[in-house]
Each structure stands twice: as C-alpha cells, then as structure tokens.
Ligand binder design. Structure first.
Ligand SMILES: [Zn+2]
Ligand SMILES: [Zn+2]
Length: 181
C-alpha cells in the first residue's frame, strides 16, 4: 500500500467516525432532510456495507417497527442522489449500497456465494482513470469489478453458479441476437 493510499484510508476512518456519530448532521450538510426513515436506512448500510435493498428493508423494519418497501426504496434513491450512499450494480446481481463514497474504490465479487468486498484503487489515487486509449473522452470515473471466487469457496471447492459469469453473459448476448434476427 502506497503512502497516498494509507493516508486516504486514515482520512476515510476519521471521516467515517465523525459521520457515524452524527449522521443527522451529515445528511443535513448534504442537503438531505434527515427523517427517521432516511436515518434508519443510512445507519443500516453504514453498519453493514454492501446491503441489497431487500436487506435494508429487513434491517429498517427491525429498527423502526414498520416501514414500507417503497419508503426504503425512496430513501435509498434520495441518499444516492445526494451522495450519502454509493450504489453498486454488478451485472447479474442485485444493486448493493454502501456509505463509503467518493474514494473510487473497487469491488471483489465471489461468483459462488455472492460475497462482495471492497478493494482499494490499484495504485495511488485514481490511476484507473488513465485509460489505455481514452478516445478523446473526458473521463471522471472508473468502475472496476473483479469477479472470481472467495477464499472459502475456493477451499471448499464450491462451483461458480449463482452469479454472473462470462459464459452466462455470452448466453444472454446470443439470446438477444437470436431475438433480433
Ligand atoms: Zn464465495
Ligand atoms: Zn465498497
């Protein structure tokens, strides 16, 4: 890990500590009205990163007693829109949410069990933004997803089944072409 990377991680820890202690202030600073429902949704994601919307519904229900699925979806979309949450949408897997925003980190996803973990940017700040050939585009974001199998699935010999795979992507593409033909 380079010095810049380490500094970023330390900054992230400090900021997240402040934010976790005062989520209402944090949301207000971002221009979000801090309703009980939005706070509950944000706290659910902050305690357990990479939750799906369905997971958030469960946690928020346990927290508030009652909350509609639609209210959770609405809260998630406002929080994403205002930058309080980041939405990750891996191909072939439901969207996940996290509070670790603005640091251009990437994700590792296990094809067998669906486990998803953070991985820091490859080297230094945002080198992923330096495309081999940018074709004249002004690039401001790179989204990298590393697919594979997690250590426990590898050691237990679990097959990559439940999630997106190159084979499945090819099948889907073939099916689309067949429909168009
Ligand atoms: Zn796994
Ligand atoms: Zn993440």
């Amino acid at each position: 890990m380079g010095a810049d990377n380490l500094l970023d991680s330390v900054k992230y820890l400090i900021v997240s500590r402040i934010v976790t202690n005062n989520p209402a202030d944090y949301l207000r600073d971002l221009g979000v009205q801090a309703t009980a429902q939005r706070l509950s949704v944000w706290r659910a994601v902050s305690r357990r990163p990479h939750l799906t919307a369905d997971d958030v519904v469960e946690v928020a229900e346990a927290d508030l007693g009652t909350i509609s699925r639609q209210a959770v979806y609405d809260a998630l979309s406002v929080l994403v829109e205002k930058g309080a949450l980041r939405r990750i949408q891996p191909v072939g897997s439901p969207a996940r949410y996290e509070t670790r925003v603005n640091d251009n980190h990437h994700h590792l996803i296990c094809r067998a069990c669906g486990r998803l973990v953070d991985v820091d940017c490859a080297v230094g700040d945002v080198p992923c933004l330096t495309a081999a050939d940018d074709q004249g585009f002004e690039i401001d974001e790179a989204e990298v997803v590393y697919w594979g199998r997690c250590p426990s699935c590898v050691s237990e010999g679990r097959a990559p089944t439940a999630f997106d795979s190159p084979a499945r992507r090819r099948r889907d593409a073939d099916a689309r072409e067949a429909r168009l033909a």
